[in-house]
Design a binder for this molecule. Structure first.
Ligand code: ADP
Ligand code: MG
Length: 248
């Protein structure tokens, strides 16, 4: 849970980004404390993925500041690689390496980026795979797993880097309905263990169970930032009311 006086773990100040004429992020201010779980929701095209990609520096910004644990996101180079390792990312489409085993998918980052020995990386990876319930699949290739299993491997892969925060961009949107809960259960577990998480999702059950705050985005702006119960029962803006009437 959030602490009032600690410096934010993720902090965006007056962040702007354009794609040509499209002002995709408009004066974004967002502060996420250590251990906080923030759910980001909003209509398609509102800039949620761009926000995640900017925080992980997969996209540049035009102006403003992004800090991770107090450090400004560097433009490039070694410093960027180091800082990026502190920010885990789980995508809608899993993005596992198709020609590597499940175990290799999880050990690659720690070995290549963090210089962990193969033995130590494999031991840690097996523990993480067990934790997300796919230990028995370690020797298989991604295509041999269900979507829900692959997404749990993607979460284990993110955890293997020991990130300070994990960004989830619609992690269950590509899954068959019966697999959504097995992924959400892992995420709720992480949230309750104190992992700092920014989660783009329309799964309101997750928001209610695990989120400290809900951030509602529309047209490149943060329109509301409230506790889940307040947001769902008393949305302030017409845009949030309209959005909620469509998804609830
Ligand atoms: P969301 O995740 O909320 O659906 P996105 O961040 O993916 O929204 O996209 C926000 C807007 O930016 C959309 O209008 C989208 O078409 C546009 N956009 C996203 N990526 C690019 C890009 N690489 N080049 C140009 N426009 C983009
Ligand atoms: Mg998106």
């Amino acid at each position: 849970m959030s602490s009032q006086n600690a410096a934010p773990l993720v902090e965006l100040k007056a962040v702007n980004k354009h794609y040509g004429a499209l002002h995709v992020l408009q004066e974004i201010n967002l502060s996420v404390a250590k251990g906080e779980v923030v759910v980001v929701i909003g209509p398609s095209g509102s800039g949620k993925s761009t926000l995640c990609r900017a925080i992980n520096r997969l996209e540049t910004i035009d102006d403003g500041e992004i800090r991770i644990d107090g450090n400004l996101l560097p433009q490039e180079g070694k410093q960027l690689a180091k800082l990026r390792a502190e920010v885990g990312m789980v995508f809608q489409s899993f993005n596992l390496f198709a020609h590597k085993t499940i175990l290799e998918n999880v050990t690659l980052g720690p070995i290549k980026v963090k210089g962990v020995s193969k033995d130590a990386a494999e031991k840690e990876a097996m523990a993480l795979l067990e934790r997300v319930g796919v230990g028995a699949q370690a020797a298989k290739l991604p295509a041999q797993l269900s979507g829900g299993q692959q997404q749990r491997v993607a979460i284990a892969r993110a955890l293997a880097m020991k990130p300070k925060v994990i960004l989830f961009d619609e992690p269950t949107s590509a899954l068959d309905p019966e697999m959504i809960n097995e992924v959400l259960d892992v995420m709720v577990g992480l949230a309750h263990e104190g992992m700092t998480m920014i989660v783009v999702t329309h799964e309101m059950g997750f928001a209610r169970k695990a989120a400290d705050r809900v951030v509602f985005m529309a047209d490149g702006q943060i329109v509301e930032d409230a506790e889940p119960e307040t947001f769902f029962t008393q949305p302030k803006s017409d845009r949030a009311k309209d959005f909620l009437s469509k998804i609830l």
